[in-house]
Design a protein. Structure first.
Lengths: 274, 363
């Protein structure tokens, strides 16, 4: 009897002590399931045969590789152009800074079809930038360049915001110490600031890559062919139906799961070595 | 520490989710939400070429019927029906740009209870095909009614083409090109403007005076001449931006977008009922099993819109009111204002199956 009582009491004590963790854990679990179940459903809805067939289908694989590749180039461009801006936003104050920061967030909220049309009306052949690019032989309709600008527009805020937070977390005093020890601003940036902020920057770059892979609305306005995976899923659904579209989605989910869980894993492991 | 693990787990999941969910086509914004709490939500799925007139109809209908909140979703016509029959979306009114799609896809597809999704088809409106262009389009200064088909077959001209597997404009464009061949007495206009620019060409064969156009399973453009899109509305944006030079589209949407256009002869524009027999000489066939039960063959016919109430509609009374409104004087005025030609008088293929309040409209 007393043993049971002790056990009950121990459990109660444990529950009381870890109340916060338990409540948060339950809430967290709910949202994890909310994300996990639909994704799992996509993967398990299609039978193994259909998955294998899709995996061996050159159109699908070409499209998935194109998507990963285009989003990667996009992330690299975002990195080159976005990290400097993030640094400026984290370290400097200037007039209308709030407006610039708000502007950077806008692509997240603008409906993506509208974003695609907006890009078309800047990079289209009759409009300023499009005209100029046209003269050097770069077109943004039905081309890799079109995919990239659509992905860049909708995904670059993730990188800039993450990098900005990373730079903000770096103690300015460290930079100042480095300066007093004779380092040039460039040396301070690449020896002190960047290495300390790189985790946030990398996480932001990954988010940007991920966002690029998933983009549909803006890409489909500019570029139908070559076909990114989201467009392929749409096309398969429109012209054949769900049964043909789901294996493509499943393959994309599986590949992305490997890539992104893998990266998170590497990031974590790396953190332990720090 | 455990919390950290938890947070990391969450982050990983979130990033995964962001990476892997694909966003669908953005839905057309519907009217403001139902704030009163007692309004009936009437769900209307429409062909995207009806977007402009139906937006106005929605506004005036809601003003006249304050207890009804109309929610409109626009898609390509085939998609409109598949949203209902394959995705099982709740819908009340269906309005498509090809009246034959309703018998083809709704009469023949059964609801879970074994009854068809629809059993009557009202035809409220018509349209015609025109060749849309931009004043800056290549050769826009020399195009006319006798040379247009030569100009749009030039390899340096970029022609926008709606996917015939998804959009009624697409298969109707193919029909018009084929009809142009006999009208102008020139061979292979369809092949030279569109057909040969795909890795698997769109071909045609003749039998007993009927041309059958075969659309292959895979449509991948081989050349910059051809710009394919899933929906014709996207092509109009590309036309405005100068990224295509020409596209065939419905006259009403071209006018609504303020674009220039060249009228096509009535023998080929699918817009004149007097030439219905001529139009019937072309058929577009999709060369693969596309839906579970139906293998669509699109017969050349005058362009007539179709409208019905889905048999699983939960708001039949409101749906009837909506159709009365569309066919009534207000709806007809709005159609005229939006350059959407109405069918006078509107027709119905199966008056006896209509809900009683709609029957008096067809006598």
């Amino acid at each position: 009897m007393s043993v049971t009582l002790t056990v009950v009491r121990a459990i109660r004590d444990y529950l009381v002590k870890h109340r916060l963790l338990i409540i948060f854990g339950i809430l967290g679990l709910l949202i994890v399931l909310f994300v996990l179940i639909p994704l799992a459903k996509i993967v398990f809805l299609s039978n193994k045969e259909a998955l294998l067939q899709t995996l061996l289908d050159p159109t699908t694989m070409k499209s998935i590789l194109l998507t990963l590749y285009a989003a990667l180039i996009t992330a690299v461009i975002g990195f080159i152009l976005g990290v400097p801006l993030a640094y400026i936003l984290a370290r400097n104050t200037f007039p209308f800074k709030g407006i610039v920061e708000g502007l950077i967030d806008l692509p997240i909220v603008v409906p993506h079809t509208a974003a695609g049309i907006a890009l078309l009306f800047v990079f289209g052949r009759n409009f300023l930038l499009g005209k100029w690019f046209n003269s050097i032989g770069v077109h943004f309709v039905d081309s890799l360049a079109g995919i990239i600008i659509a992905m860049l527009f909708v995904s670059v805020p993730f990188l800039i915001n993450s990098a900005k937070d990373g730079f903000r977390k770096v103690d300015v005093r460290m930079e100042k110490v480095a300066r007093t020890l004779g380092a040039s601003p460039w040396q301070v940036f690449h020896r002190v600031t960047f290495p300390l902020a790189w985790r946030s920057i990398l996480a932001g770059t990954l988010m940007m890559w991920a966002r690029g892979i998933s983009e549909f609305g803006a890409v489909v306005i500019l570029t139908y062919y070559p076909m990114v995976t989201s467009t392929l899923i749409y096309e398969r659904f429109e012209s054949y139906g769900l049964t043909q579209a789901i294996p493509v989605a499943a393959i994309l989910v599986i590949i992305c799961a490997f890539i992104f869980i893998g990266f998170r894993f590497l990031l974590q492991r790396d953190k332990k070595h720090d | 520490m455990k919390i950290k693990v938890l947070i990391c787990l969450l982050l990983a999941m979130v990033s995964l989710a962001t990476a892997c969910t694909t966003s669908g086509p953005s839905p057309v914004p519907s009217s403001p939400g139902n704030l009163g709490g007692k309004k009936t939500n009437l769900i209307v799925f429409e062909a995207d070429s009806l977007m402009v007139p139906f937006a106005q109809i929605q506004k005036e209908f809601e003003q006249a019927n304050t207890t009804i909140n109309v929610e409109i979703q626009a898609h390509g016509s085939i998609q409109v029906i598949r949203q209902v029959t394959e995705l099982g979306q709740d819908v009340d009114v269906v309005a498509v740009a090809d009246d034959s799609l309703i018998p083809m896809l709704m009469y023949q597809t059964m609801m879970p209870d074994g009854k068809p999704y629809a059993n009557w088809d009202i035809m409220p409106a018509t349209n015609e095909l025109v060749l849309a262009y931009n004043p800056k389009s290549k050769y826009a200064d020399e195009i006319n009614a006798s040379n247009w088909y030569q100009i749009i077959s030039r390899p340096d001209v970029r022609l926008g083409f709606a996917d015939p597997r998804m959009d009624s404009v697409g298969y109707r464009t193919l029909m018009a090109m084929k009809l142009a061949e006999s009208y102008y007495g020139v061979d292979d206009i369809m092949e030279n403007t569109i057909g040969k620019y795909f890795s698997m060409p769109i071909t045609a064969n003749e039998e007993n005076g009927t041309s059958t156009i075969h659309v292959p399973e895979l449509l991948e453009p081989t050349d910059n001449h051809m710009v394919l899109r899933g929906a014709h509305m996207e092509l109009l944006a590309l036309l405005e931006s100068g990224d295509i030079d020409y596209t065939i589209d419905y006259k009403s949407t071209v006018i609504q977008d303020g674009l220039d256009y060249l009228e096509l002869p009535p023998e080929i524009n699918l817009g004149n009922v007097n030439y219905a027999q001529n139009y019937q000489k072309v058929v577009v066939k999709l060369d693969y099993q596309r839906f579970k039960t139906v293998n669509p063959v699109f017969q050349g016919l005058p362009i007539v819109y179709g409208m019905t109430i889905a048999n699983n509609s939960k708001n039949k009374q409101a749906a009837i009111k909506f159709i009365q409104f569309v066919l009534g004087p207000e709806g007809q005025r709005i159609f005229q204002d939006c350059n959407q030609p109405e069918l006078i008088p509107p027709e119905c293929d199966n008056v006896s199956a209509l809900p009683d309040p709609l029957k008096p409209l067809f006598h």
